[in-house]
Design a protein around this ligand. Structure first.
Ligand SMILES: *Cc1c(COP(=O)(O)O)cnc(C)c1O
Length: 382
């Protein structure tokens, strides 16, 4: 939680703003190193979760690679000092220009999401007189037990290639001479707290690997994507996700061949807890059953509550008054611009500061200029 000296500093700054605790980020990366990297697992940080250079610098120094989903993200990763051979590029709708960006840099892997994309990549790589390393994103049809908008590994989701299409892939491969199929890729969804879907993912990956081996295709790597969840209800009790338990699922359940590399693409679990959105109470309005605390941050700074019905913890930084029930709402002209409904908080008044916690992932990066709002600022603990 925030120390009094920190809160005094916040009072000097114009709200709303993001505040990042870089010590916590380093601690989190330390755990990933202890339980993942040191065991030989490769971890690519999903840069879409937060692409601030201050954050990327620390992640690069910790030895992680990058998972991109756009051409601009590839450029950003390179600008931040990552090597091209550390960059994977996923995405269901890569443009020709974005594919060329990846080819120009000779990135580590294109994670292809459709058979048509393979053909286009083959054409563009051939034109560039290059061979593109490809990992085919397969749809394992595993239920991630998370919000439906962040479930990605079911047959009805738009992502990846369904396993039924594998015979067609095997037919096509010999003709695709500018492509080298080096791995398989999965990503079943996000904010997955229950480890069971990851166990199922391992079982599906084992079965799928056997299908490739029957065709005498040696997979150099298996990429299991990201999706590990964080504790939004009680971030102070679990500031660093339990990476020991996460990686143990794969130690126990994934059948790895000699020399095969295992990759992960973690986003939220790396940066989620290190960021808070700091905001000020503008008005307190009496409602019928509740009080409305109207704050100066809204869905334009943090859209997750409006988009995914996400509940972020709200901490009051400047009041210890008797608790009351509040709806904490933003200023934007949308009813969905509501952070929390009916929560008990210390009595609020105009000018009080609140921290919306666990906002480091998919927070600032999803901010918008709706209502012609100013772009939200960021400050760092260092
Ligand atoms: C978004 C994404 C990730 C990261 O997901 P998290 O839930 O933030 O860990 C990994 N891989 C792909 C392909 C993605 O699109």
């Amino acid at each position: 939680m925030f120390q009094p000296a920190q809160i005094e500093k916040f009072k000097q700054l114009q709200t709303p703003f993001y505040y990042y605790d870089l010590e916590l980020l380093r601690k989190t990366l330390g755990q990933i190193n202890n339980y993942g990297l040191s065991k030989g697992y490769e971890v690519h940080y999903a840069i879409k979760a937060n692409f601030n250079f201050e954050i990327l610098d620390i992640i690069r120094d910790a030895g992680l690679g990058i998972d991109c989903v756009s051409g601009r993200e590839i450029e950003r990763a390179i600008e931040a000092g990552f090597r091209p051979d550390q960059i994977a590029f996923a995405g269901v709708g890569k443009t020709d220009a974005e594919i060329r960006t990846g080819l120009d840099y000779n990135i580590y892997s294109f994670n292809c999401e459709s058979l048509q994309e393979l053909e286009v990549l083959n054409q563009l790589a051939g034109d560039a007189k290059k061979t593109a390393n490809v990992s085919i994103r397969l749809n394992p049809n595993v239920e991630a037990k998370t919000h439906k908008y962040i479930t990605t590994g079911l047959n009805e989701n738009k992502f990846g290639v369904n396993v039924e299409k594998l015979p067609r892939l095997f037919e096509m491969l010999p003709k695709l001479d500018a492509i080298s199929l080096t791995g398989i890729h999965f990503h079943i969804g996000s904010q997955i707290k229950d480890l069971d879907p990851f166990v199922q993912l391992c079982e599906r990956a084992n079965a799928i690997q056997n299908i490739f081996e029957e065709k005498e295709i040696v997979l150099q790597h298996i990429n299991l994507g990201g999706g590990y969840g964080i504790n939004y209800e009680d971030p102070d009790n679990e500031p660093v996700p339990d990476f020991k338990s996460f990686f143990e699922v794969f130690d126990r359940n994934l059948e790895i061949r000699d020399g095969q590399q295992v990759h992960f693409e973690l986003g939220r679990s790396i940066v989620g807890q290190c960021g808070s959105l700091i905001s000020q109470v503008l008005f307190v309005k009496e409602g019928i059953n509740t009080h409305f605390a109207v704050i100066d941050a809204g869905m334009t700074e943090l859209i997750r509550p409006a988009l995914y019905q996400a509940k972020h913890r709200v901490d009051v930084l400047t009041s210890k008054k008797e608790k009351k029930v509040y709806d904490v709402v933003g200023p934007i002209c949308e009813t969905s611009d509501t952070f929390r409904k009916g929560i008990r908080l210390p009595g609020l008044q105009r000018g009080d500061l609140v921290a919306i916690r666990s906002a480091g992932a998919y927070g600032e990066v999803m901010s918008s200029g709706f209502n012609l709002r100013d772009r939200v600022k960021a400050y760092y603990s260092d």
